[in-house]
Structure formats: structure tokens, C-alpha cells
Design a protein around this ligand. Structure first.
Ligand code: BGC
Length: 499
């Protein structure tokens, strides 16, 4: 038997964690690993499952466009195309200090934003990790937690020696970024249609979450007024445009995925009876993550996507999001690995129980695998030994890396389809437009933006290059503050829309 040569060391991950690794040159001799040829054959099979051809993408774009139109025409559609009551873009001259609370998919963030005009701002913030229990517990408790965190923040940062010295009786305007689909009929109100991103807090769906949060703010006696309820995409649209007036669309590719853009009120038929001036513009929160939900007619779902959907807390829902967002990509890859374990191809003779737990394979691992710079793929060794206690051969690691690439690429190409649908609906292709994008996938997944751009080229040909995504300004903090400023100005001008 050939003796394996081992080395050991450690790698520091971009997350700051340190992984102990050990390398072996002849590891395939010790355990019954799959051959290089077997792994290459499997790879071909999965790659074809996850591939999206330009033709297929164009078909998706057409269906998507139609869905956007339907959502604007009729109420209560699957893709709800929510009017946000954010009227037009900021002038760039907005000013003042605003608080923002951002209840995201993973964290709660509290910010004090000083909006300074001329596209400038300063931000002070604190972040709190949300626990799984909080996401599923009684809804009012979740809002109490938001209010309690805001209280701590105010006590620390707005005390007499803080950044902003609160005057007696002063009430600070507060923007609440709540990134779940909410039906709005004014800017400081929003009825939660459904939870997404794995949230399931009880007694919240169908209720006005702004009102629930107000109750919690009252409980803690906080010196604030909730001025605006904002989706993260709407905040991103406004913040991106504040610093870059060419930004006309905003997308989030994070734990969830969604987009917002500015629409002419005259082109929102479902609002026509409300008497709003048709010549003004209003931001639309598309909630495009719901595209193709329930019917599953347009998106290419693999058997792994179907398992992800059926085992989720919301089967049938968020069909588009489940193929794209950071919450699900790791799980899709894990399910492929589990299939190969079941078939006796991978990890024969090794204990794989750690890999068998749903959602243990973080999407961050896909990013790390794709960016592993070493020939031996040491980072991938580290991930599998450290987190899952299994040994891998180079051929297997190359397979995992290529698989991550296929899944990540499909997510980016589908994202391109959504952007293309808005671009094509709004007629932005010839003049071009910038798309402010944010979220962990967009910011941290290597090559995600390039793959979106490649996708846009595949859909539109050369003109696709006119559509460029860029890392957006912080929509949930800065965007929310600017919207609070815009709303305050509208109220002062007697333009507040109450229906
Ligand atoms: C939510 C959207 C949100 C997106 C990105 C989705 O799950 O439904 O409201 O904008 O995630 O955070």
C-alpha cells in the first residue's frame, strides 16, 4: 500500500474563522473514493441540470414581464407589485438626523443617519443577530425586541454626550425597514402579506406591522415617530439614486431576493380610482421572489429545488427566490451531495451524519469553494474536515467546486432575467441604466455581478452591456433615512397621501 503523505496547517477564512486543515497526497488509496472519471461523469449530469441557455432565459424574461404587468393592473396577484407611496427620487438636498430600524433576514440593525445633502451622509449603527426562536415566536415579541434594541441605541448614542443631543420633547423621525411583502395604502402603514426567508412569527401575517411596532415603541416610551415603513429594495433604490442619479432599479440578492424601480403612476392601473396625480412617479416594490410560485410554469426546477421547496416552511411560495437567494443555495448543493452519498458514490466508509442535517451547508461555503486559490483546494479540504468530519480527494473537491459554480451561476443568470424583465418593461435598454444591488450574495459571492452581466448579454446581445449593476448604497439604513426625510418634507408641504 502506498503511504499517504500528510501535512497540516491552518487557513483564515474571510469570515475571520480559522480552519485547521490537513493535506494528503495519496488519500484516495486509503478510503474507497470515487474515481476522477466517475466524478467527471456526475459533474456533466448536474451541470446540464443547472444550465440556463440564452433561449430559455429569454422565455423566462417574457413570462416575467407579463407577470409584472399583471401585478400592476390587478390587486392581490402572486407577484404583488406593491405601490410604496414613495413618490419620485430624492432631490439630493434632503437633510437632517433620522433613526432607522432594519429588520432583515439575519440581523436587526439600528442606525442614526445624518443626511447632509449633496449625496452625503454619516451613519452610526449597531447590529444584533436574530435567533431562530425570535423568528418563529409571537410577532409582538419580535417588535418588542426591535424597540428594546432601539432604546439601548438611543440611550447610548443620543444621550447628552452622544452624536445627536436629543432636546427635551424632541421626537426623532424613524424609518422602519421591514423587508417582507407588505401591502401599503400609505407610507407609514403595511399589512404583512406573508413571511418569507424562513420567518414564521405568529399573529403577524395579515396585520399592520407598522402599528404593531408602534405599540412596542410606546411600551418603551421612545422619543421617536415612525414616519415610514420601507422595504429594503425601495430603500436601496432611493439611496442609490441619492448618490448616483443614473440608478433606476435596485435589487437585493441576500438571504432573500427582490427588486424595486420607479413607475409612472399613470401606468399602475390598479391605483386609477385613488385620484393620485398620474404624472408623478412612485416606487414599486416588485416582490419578485414570488415569481412562478404555486404554478411552477416558467422556472427550470431540478428535483433538488423541489425538495427545498417542499420541505420549507412555505411550500409553493417564493419560487424564484428559492432558486436564487443565499438562504437556499447551500442547501441545494447539500442535497446533491446527499444524493451521491445515497448512491454510494461519495464518502463510502465515512460517517456522513454531519452532512445529513438540513441547511448545515452554508451558502458562504459555496463562495469559499469557488474562491479557493490553491491547487490542492485546501479551503475545500478545510470545510469538509472541519465542519463535516469527512475526507475528500482532489477529484471530489474539484467536483464540489464546479457544482458550486453551476448553482451560483444559475442564480446569477436567473437574477439577470428579473432585471431584464424590468428593463424591457420600462424601455431602458437603449438609453441604458444602472442597477444598485446589495446583499450578501451580490457583495460576497465571487463573480456574481459578472455572471449577471454575462446573463444580460445573453438575453439582449450587445445592448445588454448598457445595463450595469453596481454595489448600492446601504438602502435599509441610509435609504430609509432619506425616505423619512422625503416623507417629512411632503407632510410639511401638505402632500401626505392618506387613503
Ligand atoms: C422579501 C422582500 C425583500 C427580499 C430581500 C424577500 O424574501 O419578501 O421583501 O426585499 O427578501 O431582503
Amino acid at each position: 500500500m502506498v503511504l499517504s503523505r500528510r501535512g497540516s496547517g491552518s487557513i483564515t477564512l474571510p469570515t475571520g474563522q480559522t480552519l485547521a486543515i490537513h493535506t494528503r497526497t495519496h488519500d484516495e488509496e486509503d478510503l474507497p473514493h470515487a474515481t476522477k472519471k466517475t466524478m467527471a461523469d456526475h459533474l456533466r449530469k448536474y451541470e446540464s441540470l443547472f444550465t440556463l441557455t440564452p433561449q430559455r432565459m429569454r422565455m423566462i424574461v417574457e413570462a416575467f414581464k407579463e407577470t409584472l404587468e399583471i401585478g400592476l393592473s390587478q390587486p392581490d396577484q402572486i407577484v404583488p407589485m406593491i405601490p410604496t407611496y414613495v413618490f419620485g427620487f430624492p432631490t439630493g438636498q434632503e437633510q437632517g438626523d433620522y433613526l432607522a430600524v432594519d429588520l432583515g433576514g439575519t440581523n436587526l440593525r439600528v442606525c442614526l443617519v445624518s443626511v447632509q445633502g449633496d449625496g452625503k451622509f454619516e451613519i452610526t449603527q449597531s447590529k444584533y443577530r436574530l435567533t431562530e426562536e425570535q423568528k418563529q415566536d409571537e410577532g409582538q415579541k419580535l417588535f418588542d425586541f426591535c424597540a428594546e434594541s432601539l432604546k439601548i441605541f438611543i440611550d447610548t448614542n443620543l444621550a447628552t454626550n452622544g452624536e445627536h443631543q436629543l432636546q427635551p420633547d424632541e421626537l426623532l423621525p424613524l424609518g422602519f425597514t421591514f423587508s417582507y411583502p407588505c401591502l401599503q395604502n400609505k407610507i407609514d402603514h403595511g399589512e404583512l402579506i406573508r413571511w418569507t426567508k424562513g420567518f414564521g412569527a405568529t399573529n403577524t401575517e395579515g396585520r399592520d406591522v407598522a402599528e404593531m411596532f408602534r405599540q412596542s415603541l410606546k411600551k418603551y416610551n421612545l422619543p421617536v415617530v415612525l414616519t415610514a415603513l420601507i422595504n429594503d429594495t425601495t430603500g436601496t433604490l432611493i439611496a442609490s439614486h441619492y448618490v448616483n442619479p443614473k440608478a433606476k432599479i435596485a435589487c437585493i440578492f441576500g438571504t432573500g431576493c427582490n427588486a424595486a424601480y420607479m413607475e409612472h403612476v399613470a401606468d399602475i392601473p390598479k391605483l386609477k380610482d385613488l385620484g393620485i396625480d398620474g404624472s408623478v412617479d412612485m416606487a414599486i416594490n416588485c416582490e419578485w421572489g414570488a415569481f412562478d410560485s404555486f404554478a411552477h410554469e416558467h422556472l427550470p426546477r431540478t428535483k433538488f429545488d423541489i425538495i427545498v421547496d417542499e420541505t420549507s416552511n412555505k411550500p409553493g411560495e417564493q419560487a424564484f427566490e428559492k432558486l436564487i437567494s443565499g438562504r437556499y443555495l447551500g442547501e441545494i448543493l447539500r442535497l446533491v451531495i446527499c444524493e451521491l452519498i445515497d448512491e454510494g458514490v461519495l464518502f463510502l466508509g465515512q460517517n456522513t451524519y454531519k452532512l445529513e442535517v438540513p441547511y448545515v451547508f452554508d451558502t458562504a461555503f459555496l463562495s469559499l469553494m469557488e474562491s479557493d486559490p490553491t491547487d490542492e483546494l485546501l479551503m475545500i479540504i478545510g470545510i469538509f474536515t472541519h465542519f463535516f468530519a469527512v475526507e475528500t480527494t482532489l477529484a471530489e473537491r474539484q467536483f464540489f467546486r464546479a457544482l458550486a459554480k453551476s448553482i451560483g451561476k444559475r442564480a446569477a443568470r436567473l437574477s439577470a432575467c428579473g432585471i431584464a424583465a424590468i428593463v424591457s418593461k420600462m424601455g431602458y435598454l437603449d438609453e441604458g441604466c444602472q442597477v444598485g444591488a446589495d446583499g450578501s450574495l451580490y457583495n460576497k459571492y465571487p463573480g456574481f455581478a459578472d455572471r449577471i452581466h454575462e446573463g444580460l448579454f445573453d438575453i439582449f446581445g450587445e445592448k445588454g452591456r448598457n445595463i450595469v449593476t453596481h454595489h448600492a448604497e446601504d438602502g435599509s439604513g441610509v435609504g430609509s433615512a432619506i425616505i423619512a426625510a422625503m416623507t417629512k418634507a411632503r407632510k410639511e408641504a401638505g402632500l401626505y397621501v392618506e387613503l
